[in-house]
Design a protein around this ligand. Structure first.
Ligand code: PLP
Length: 433
């Protein structure tokens, strides 16, 4: 699949051949529940995967198929599946890898819903989570791996703490034991960080965020690199043959045979979208494809702005600390220099040095930062994670995740940097008047 085009070219063109879609220049929206099958031979080819095409939109759409091919190309992966949300991508992937029970080792600084998912929801289905004593120390992960470990799960840039991890080192340890590494690459996107070049085996995305970039869709993606030798004893589900995946000659096949190299994507497509539903709709796929086209220019601009905003915040007496790998004193600067050559994203957070009431006034006084829970929008956004995106988490969990009560998270948009800084300035003045 891999071609030699640059990132921006692939973000616009990969996975799409207009001749297959009535020469429509823009990938079309297939707003239909099901597709004509033509004749019984073609039906058979469609169901066995011998021919690509629409069957029934619960299990995927042609527009979603374009998005899957495009993200696989951008990530440098073998295959992908488009799902109805980032949380579907995360939960489906961990459910599948953890089938039959076991444990996952997860970094404890995670998106709020993902953290509660691994902390309280997945354990109800026999998938326990272990958190390393020091999530920044690769050796801490090794201590927790045993014969029932089904995955290491991390965010490449953690939300809302903006932590970075030495995924190369963590993956080297995981692979010694035959354990795959799953990376949530939502905040970084493949433009800034390619997890597969750092040892990851599966990436998951909330395409709701920077990939789409316009705050107008909920979408998720899972991508599989395609060369991880899943040990049979640890992952029998990937080698189990099923009549549902039979070939044209009626030979039952396993996920590993259905999409060689990408058994996880095969089973997510064949069983999870079939039985849980949750394939991404055609219209949502179209919106993500549309947003993806401008990902690199959007991030190039945001990376300039975020540095200016970080510098401004660092100069303010109302700010206790700034979380960003290039903020003064950050322990993530070296990793950012090594792994994030273009820059470590457009998300930052900071400690508000004031009362809760002053914090409320500050947020209320902002005009060019919307106050809501999304990130990766064209609009700049601000939120208070302990009472918002991470409100489901108890205080002790927040503490462990390194999320203090006075944390404010800022997602930089595409407005003029001067306007954003002037806006923060006047809001600080109002809050502390
Ligand atoms: C938002 C987010 C998710 C969840 O994605 P949804 O599309 O809202 O389901 C997962 N991981 C990260 C890092 C996120 O920011």
């Amino acid at each position: 699949m891999a071609n030699n085009y640059g990132f921006s070219t692939n973000a616009i063109r990969a996975g799409y051949n207009s001749a297959e879609h009535f020469h429509s220049v823009t990938p079309p929206i297939y707003q239909t529940a099901s597709f004509d099958l033509e004749d019984i031979d073609r039906t058979r080819r469609l169901w066995t995967g011998a021919e690509a095409g629409g069957i029934y939109s619960r299990v995927g759409t042609p527009t979603g198929g374009i998005l899957e091919a495009r993200i696989a190309e951008l990530d440098g992966g073998k295959a992908a599946v488009a799902l109805s949300s980032g949380m579907a991508a995360i939960t489906y992937t961990l459910f599948l890898l953890g089938q039959g029970g076991g444990n996952i080792v997860a970094g404890s600084s995670l998106y709020g819903a993902a953290l509660l998912d691994v902390l309280e929801f997945l354990p109800k289905y026999g998938i326990e989570t272990r958190f390393p004593e020091d999530r920044n120390d690769p050796a801490s992960y090794e201590k927790l791996i045993d014969e029932n470990t089904k995955a290491i799960y991390l965010e490449s840039i953690s939300n809302p703490n903006i932590e970075l991890y030495d995924i190369d080192a963590i993956a080297a340890i995981a692979h010694k034991y035959g354990v795959p590494v799953v990376v949530d690459n939502t905040v970084a996107t493949p433009y800034l960080y390619k997890p597969f070049e750092h040892g990851a085996d599966i990436t998951v995305y909330s395409a709701t965020k920077e990939l789409n970039g316009h705050g107008n869709v909920i979408a998720g993606l899972v991508v599989e690199k395609g060369d991880f030798p899943y040990p049979k004893e640890r992952f029998p589900q990937l080698y189990e043959k099923s009549w549902k995946m039979r070939d044209l000659q009626n030979n039952p096949r396993s996920g590993a045979e259905f999409i060689p190299g990408a058994p996880v994507i095969a089973l997510l497509k064949i069983f999870f979208t079939e039985f849980f539903g949750g394939a991404l709709g055609s219209f949502e796929s179209y919106l993500v494809l549309q947003g993806l086209q401008t990902l690199s220019v959007r991030l190039d601009k945001k990376l300039q702005t975020v540095r200016k905003v970080v510098e401004f915040l660092e100069s303010r007496p109302e700010v206790e600390f700034v979380n960003y790998p290039y903020a003064k004193g950050s322990k993530y600067k070296d990793l950012a220099d090594r792994d994030f050559k273009k820059g470590p994203g457009a998300l930052l957070s900071f400690g508000f040095k004031g009362t809760r009431e002053q914090e409320g006034k500050f947020i209320k006084a902002l005009n060019n930062f919307s106050y809501h829970v999304n990130i990766g929008d064209v609009r700049s956004l601000i939120t208070n994670p302990p009472e918002n995106t991470h409100t489901e988490l108890e205080l002790k969990v927040l503490e462990k995740a390194g999320i203090p009560q006075n944390l404010l998270r800022v997602s930089i948009g595409l407005e003029d940097a001067e306007d954003l800084i002037a806006d923060l300035d006047q809001a600080f003045k109002k809050a502390f008047a």
